[in-house]
Design a protein around this ligand. Structure first.
Ligand SMILES: [Zn+2]
Length: 87
């Protein structure tokens, strides 16, 4: 005869282990999200005051996904490097 309480004990232990792994994974995911935030900077004047350049959309579908404009020096372009801002 199989001991019912033994099965219950092992099953409960298994459930707890799964919950711990899940909790650990979730907390790691959460802390990673808060650590760094990629920030776009202007390659010309290093300013972080960047906004998407919607005026480029008229040139075609290719340019609309990455075109940006610098609000400090007026630089427009596709190439704007992303850096990790330290908090
Ligand atoms: Zn600039």
């Amino acid at each position: 005869m199989v001991n019912f309480y033994y099965v219950l004990f092992v099953g409960g232990l298994f459930l707890v282990v799964i919950l711990i792994i899940l909790w650990d994974w979730l907390s790691k995911k959460e802390s990673k999200k808060h650590q760094t935030k990629p920030v776009r900077i202007c390659p010309k004047c290093k300013s972080k005051n960047i906004s998407p350049d919607f005026s480029r959309q008229t040139f075609g579908e290719q340019s609309e996904f990455n075109a940006h404009k610098c609000n400090e020096c007026g630089y427009r372009g596709i190439f704007f490097p992303e850096i990790d801002e330290k908090q």
